[in-house]
Design a protein around this ligand. Structure first.
Ligand code: FES
Length: 78
């Protein structure tokens, strides 16, 4: 449903923020069990783990419980 909200907002030219809150395993950023792909250039992008040598992905894995739970819809890469 949140993907649909993001799509509708994008088509309407509206910047949307989405709360991806869910049931967390640890809730403190330790287990990486709640990751979501996020644009590497996002201000919320985690600094860890660092990019591997030669890595060309334009996204990072952000922890919903640590970097979120609210993200800009246009920065999510799902
Ligand atoms: S629930 Fe463990 S890192 Fe988010």
């Amino acid at each position: 449903m949140l993907r649909a909200v993001a799509k509708v907002a994008h088509e309407a030219g509206i910047r949307a923020q989405l709360s991806l809150e869910e049931t967390f395993a640890c809730g403190v950023g330790a287990c990486w069990g709640c990751v979501v792909p996020l644009a590497r250039e996002s201000a919320q992008a985690p600094y860890f783990p660092p990019a591997a040598p030669g890595e060309t992905r334009d996204y990072v894995q952000a922890r919903i419980c640590k970097e979120g739970p609210v993200f800009w819809a246009h920065e999510l890469r799902w």
